[in-house]
Ligand binder design. Sequence first.
Ligand code: PLP
Length: 349
Amino acid sequence: MNNKRILAWARPEILALKPYQSAREEFVGGDREMILLDANESPFENGMNRYPDPMQGKLKKRLAEAKNISENQIYLGNGSDEVLNQLMVSFCVPKKDKAVILPPTFGMYKVCADINQIKTIKVPLTKNFELDVESILKAQTKTTKMVFIPSPNNPTGNCFNVNDIRKVVKNFDGFVVVDEAYVEFANEKSVLPWLSEFDNLIVVQTFSKAQGMAGVRLGMAFAHETVIELLNKLKAPYNINSLTQDAVLKRLKEQGLVTQQVQQILQEKERLLEELSNITFIKKIYPSDANFFLLKVDNSSIRYKELINRDIVVRNPSKQIGCSNTLRITVGTYEENNALISAFKTMEV
Ligand SMILES: Cc1ncc(COP(=O)(O)O)c(C=O)c1O
């Protein structure tokens, strides 16, 4: 199904691109046992001697069932980092098009834009770290191809007001990429069901956070079929390796455990926040819908170093707009969180 508006947004070079045809895509063998002499692989079976399924059919089938969407609406990448980059490559013309980002925000949006020579237009969040919908919509021009909305947001940890996100999706004349890396931790539901309403919505999710599989590198884009067709055109032929596909298929059967771990992390977050609220140099704890939270402290550089001296690494996002003297802290295990609490308690006021 070709959507005219989406095709008009695509880069002409990508539309014209004749993708590399990988060996395994050239025939449809169905259930037949084939002798594979087409891809110059080693014939000696060791479980890994064959190229992986280039279109990740089995995995996409399971994901489609789990997410209640069509397999043709799924693109898989080497972490969502790569998915974000591929979106820019597909739709943003270098040195001409622009992307809107909403600081304080996830740093990779600007990095991907810089790599692809795409200018970023910054529309800061409001004082309460909410979307400034009016300014986002005002920032639109003919060359603003996409806006990146991470919800829950990184580094602030909050979900954006869902009606605000909807207003942007409805009125932005370009793609709205809703990055739901932390959605499993939030009370707010995913905006995935909106895909049936909006052809300009792209939802990005990952196996790196709640799913506990940062090491396998699997990111997902869910979008209109025409978007997915374009992304498929430019992907490396065997972009998701066999180990990753197998590990994620296995993880999809362990969702009970994932839910249990998410609950445990959320309980630990409550305990941590309760304990940290008694530390006098912590000036503010921002509301969090994620597995991390943002703290305002008296001096973030000093507190960051003091934690390093106590063998604890956190993030210091203080250079970002609206984040001066803040620390971003991930919720760890019970023991790790105890170590963090003790470390804070031993620091000088
Ligand atoms: C909002 C957001 N999006 C995407 C990512 C990248 O995730 P992945 O591991 O899937 O590349 C992160 C990682 O921190 C993130 O915070």
